[in-house]
Design a protein. Structure first.
Length: 202
């Protein structure tokens, strides 16, 4: 049997160090941005590639169902990487760089928000969509790792894992999602006069 305990401890130490460096002010700003677009009934478009695509899908589930379930008004998040047939058709007939930009054409409003997830901050298809959204006046939330790349420079709001490691970056991105989901769920339930208690299906 192989002994991986040293590697396990090393990974967990790096994870803890990244968690300790999270910028609370940036998180607070993003929470307020999400709340503003919820209150205004805007659409929040979410996107990512690979593991970031999974996080984008997860976020839509957590906000559209998890946060919204017992509220009279719902979040409206749309995941641009969830329609596999549309994504592949655009990639095949046009370009993979167009897979997020093209669906936003004619749909995106200046009052909407685009939340883009990219570990490197340099994913070409993400950057193309974000640049288009920025042109028409949308709020941009960038969720990144490493040095933040181009996305950090474009975004109005930014959440950075602050670590040169893709897996730990993606771990923290999911933590950002769950943290924001739970905080906004509790806030909105209280605002609606309801007790924020999870009911787990048996």
């Amino acid at each position: 049997m192989k002994d991986f305990k040293t590697d396990i401890k090393d990974y967990l130490l790096r994870e803890k160090a990244a968690l300790d460096k999270i910028n609370i002010d940036e998180l607070n700003d993003v929470l307020n941005c999400m709340l503003k677009h919820y209150e205004n009934e805007d659409t929040i478009y979410v996107m990512g590639n690979g593991g970031s695509a999974s996080t984008a899908s997860h976020m839509v589930c957590d906000f559209n169902k998890g946060v919204s379930l017992n509220l009279p008004k719902k979040f409206n998040l749309v995941c641009l990487n969830d329609n596999l047939a549309e994504l592949m058709a655009i990639a095949n007939d046009m370009s993979y760089e167009d897979v997020f930009w093209y669906p936003l054409q004619t749909k995106l409003k200046p009052t909407d928000c685009v939340l883009a997830i990219s570990g490197s901050g340099n994913s070409k298809n993400v950057i193309k969509a974000v640049e288009y959204a920025k042109e028409i006046g949308c709020d941009i939330i960038g969720v990144t790792g490493y040095d933040g790349g181009k996305l950090k420079k474009i975004a109005n709001y930014h959440l950075d894992a602050g670590v040169n490691d893709m897996q730990i970056s993606e771990d923290l991105h999911l933590i950002f999602n769950h943290l924001m989901m739970q905080i906004l769920w509790k806030h909105l339930m209280n605002e609606n006069g309801q007790e924020a208690i999870y009911k787990i299906n048996k």
